[in-house]
Design a protein around this ligand. Structure first.
Ligand SMILES: C[S@@+](CC[C@H](N)C(=O)[O-])C[C@H]1O[C@@H](n2cnc3c(N)ncnc32)[C@H](O)[C@@H]1O
Length: 215
């Protein structure tokens, strides 16, 4: 589950074009996919982990949002007032700080998912909720194959046309196969899996709600 920290360079390079390309690649659906997870979050203080340009800020309102991201070029474009340059694997916050943790399109880029889930568990208050959205492959293996062939062609092409960086979007294509499905990925972590659902073409986008148990 290790990814090279070279992903920081990728996000630094595409920071200014990131939101636009995201809209194009998702056919404008990325906000809807986020919203479906955000509605499971409690009120109060929420950590936006891997916040990027802060595109989710409006959707997380009126909660108080703290943004964390290792790439300062992304954070610099964000309107979120409280921004911290850090990684999910080592969060600079005390225990039980947040009512909720939100993370969209980040998990595939983490250096260590177990370390990050341990950190989310630590900074969440008991009964606090983590709502995560990420991309993968459709659960059906034939549809996954079709999706894989499609993304091998379309992602670098769109990356070349709109971001002049096909390499970065080849990385995105490869990253979709990097992890097991969410039902497996989160099963043995410190947080309780409350709900998993699928969205997008053939179900290649997933949402998951995790809860920190009391005690
Ligand atoms: C695809 S962007 C998603 C940005 C934002 N969450 C959104 O919904 O548009 C992934 C973000 O995760 C950040 N990231 C990569 N590795 C990370 C890590 N180890 N901890 C926290 N964030 C990380 C990247 O810098 C990038 O801003």
């Amino acid at each position: 589950m290790k990814e090279p920290r070279g992903t920081d360079e990728i996000f630094a390079r595409i920071a200014r074009r990131y939101d636009r390309i995201n809209r194009i690649l998702s056919f404008g659906r990325e906000r809807h996919w986020r919203r479906r997870a955000i509605r499971h979050l409690p009120d109060g203080v929420v950590l936006d982990l891997g916040s990027g340009t802060g595109d989710a800020a409006g959707q997380l309102a009126p909660r108080r949002v703290v943004a964390v991201d290792p790439v300062v070029e992304m954070l610099a474009l964000s309107d979120i007032g409280e921004r911290v340059a850090a990684v999910g694997e080592a969060l600079p916050f005390g225990e039980d700080t947040f009512d909720g943790v939100f993370s969209a399109y980040v998990v595939r880029n983490l250096s260590s998912i177990p370390d990050t889930l341990a950190e989310i568990h630590r900074v969440l208050r008991p009964e606090g909720v983590a709502a995560i959205v990420d991309l993968g492959r459709p659960p059906n293996r034939w549809l996954a194959m079709v999706h894989r062939m499609g993304s091998a062609i379309t992602l670098p092409l769109i990356g070349a046309i709109f971001a002049r960086s096909p390499g970065e979007y080849w990385y995105l294509h490869k990253s979709l196969d990097a992890l097991p499905p969410p039902e497996e990925l989160y099963a043995d972590g410190p947080l309780v899996v409350e709900r998993v659902w699928r969205m997008g073409l053939f179900g290649f986008v997933y949402g998951v709600v995790l809860r920190k148990p009391v005690g």
